[in-house]
Design a protein around this ligand. Structure first.
Ligand code: ADP
Length: 290
C-alpha cells in the first residue's frame, strides 16, 4: 500500500480538508481487505520479535482523534499481532493534580517504550496543544500566567519537535497517527452508542459537548499537525469513516515503520558460540529418562 499519500512530514501543502475521511485506497470491505489485515498482523508479529531480540530501538506510536474515531478498535487490532510482553498501551486522561504539578511532558516520560518495546499512546502530550488550547486550560493546569501568552502554542510545538527529535536521536522511533473522522460519521456513531444498550458504557455526554466545537478542533488539529510534522517524526492522517480501512491502514503503518528499522537478531561472538556448543554437548550427552 502506498503510504506517502497519508504521511505528513512538513507543513507545506498539508491541509486537513484536503484529506478525505472516507478514502479506502480503492479497496472494498471484505475478503481482500481481511486478507491484507491478516498479512499485516503477521508482518507485525515477525518484526516485533526481531525488535525485541535486537533490543536497541523502541517505537512510540501516538494516536490522536476526535471522540468515537476508533482509537480503541485500531489499538485492539494492532495489538492482536503483538506479543504483550513487548508492548504497553497508555491512555492519557484529564491530568491528575499530581500531573498538573509538573510540566506537560512529565507524565509521558514514564511511559516511553524501553528498547526493544513498543508503546502505544491513546492520546498523548498532543492533548496539551489541542484540548488545553481549545478550552484555555493553561491556568487550571498551573502554568504561570506570564508564560501563557499568545506565543505559548508556537513554543509548545517547538518543544514537541525538539522532544521528538531527542527521542529519535536516542533510538526511540516516533510515529503519530491522526484518525480523521467526518462530523457526520461521528454523529452516527454517537447515536449508535445511545441506541444500543451494549454500547451505553461507551457513551459520554461530554462527547456531544465537545462536538459543538468541531470546526475549532479541526483548525487546531490542522495547525498542530502542520507544526509538528517532521521527517524524523511524521504524522499519518488516516481516513477513519470506514473502521475496517482505518484498522488496515494503521496496521500497515506500524508494519512499515518496523520494517524500515535496521533490525537484526543479535549475533553471538566466538566466546558465546563456544558456550552454546558446550551446552549442546552437555544436554545431548545427558541420558534420556527411561
Ligand atoms: P477516550 O475518549 O480517549 O476513550 P476518555 O473518555 O476517558 O477516554 O477521555 C479522556 C479525556 O481526557 C478526553 O476528553 C481528553 O481530551 C482529556 N485529556 C487528556 N489529556 C488532557 C490534558 N492534558 N488536559 C486536559 N484534558 C485532557
Amino acid at each position: 500500500m502506498d503510504l506517502s499519500k497519508y504521511r505528513i512530514t512538513q507543513a507545506k501543502g498539508n491541509h486537513l480538508k484536503d484529506h478525505e475521511t472516507d478514502d479506502a485506497a480503492g479497496l472494498r470491505k471484505g475478503k481482500e481487505a481481511d486478507a491484507l489485515l491478516a498479512a499485516n498482523i503477521e508482518r507485525l508479529r515477525e518484526r516485533q520479535e526481531v525488535l525485541f531480540a535486537h533490543n536497541k530501538y523502541g517505537v512510540l506510536l501516538i494516536l490522536q482523534a476526535m471522540d468515537a474515531a476508533g482509537k480503541d478498535g485500531a489499538i485492539k487490532h494492532v495489538m492482536s499481532g503483538l506479543n504483550p510482553q513487548g508492548v504497553q498501551v497508555k491512555s492519557f486522561k484529564v491530568p491528575t493534580a499530581d500531573e498538573t504539578d509538573h510540566d506537560y511532558l512529565w507524565r509521558a516520560q514514564a511511559h516511553l517504550p524501553a528498547r526493544g518495546n513498543i508503546a502505544i499512546f491513546n492520546r498523548s502530550y498532543y492533548e496539551d496543544v489541542v484540548v488545553v488550547r481549545l478550552h484555555n486550560l493553561l491556568g487550571a493546569q498551573n502554568m504561570p500566567a506570564e508564560l501563557s501568552d499568545g506565543d505559548v502554542w508556537d513554543d509548545r510545538h517547538r518543544q514537541i519537535r525538539d522532544y521528538e527529535r531527542y527521542l529519535v536521536e536516542n533510538g526511540i522511533l516516533v510515529v503519530k497517527i491522526f484518525l480523521h473522522l467526518s462530523a457526520e460519521e461521528q454523529r452516527e456513531r454517537l447515536l449508535k452508542r445511545i441506541h444500543d444498550p451494549a454500547k451505553h458504557w461507551k457513551f459520554s455526554a461530554g462527547d456531544v459537548e465537545e462536538r459543538q466545537h468541531w470546526d475549532k478542533y479541526q483548525d487546531i488539529y490542522e495547525e498542530t499537525i502542520r507544526s509538528t510534522a517532521t521527517e524524523y517524526a511524521p504524522w499519518y492522517i488516516v481516513p477513519a469513516d470506514r473502521k475496517w480501512f482505518a484498522r488496515l491502514l494503521v496496521s500497515e503503518i506500524v508494519a512499515d515503520t518496523l520494517e524500515r528499522l535496521p533490525l537484526s537478531y543479535p549475533e553471538l561472538d566466538d566466546k558465546q558460540n563456544a558456550v552454546l556448543e558446550e551446552c549442546r554437548r552437555i544436554l545431548e550427552e545427558e541420558s534420556e529418562p527411561s
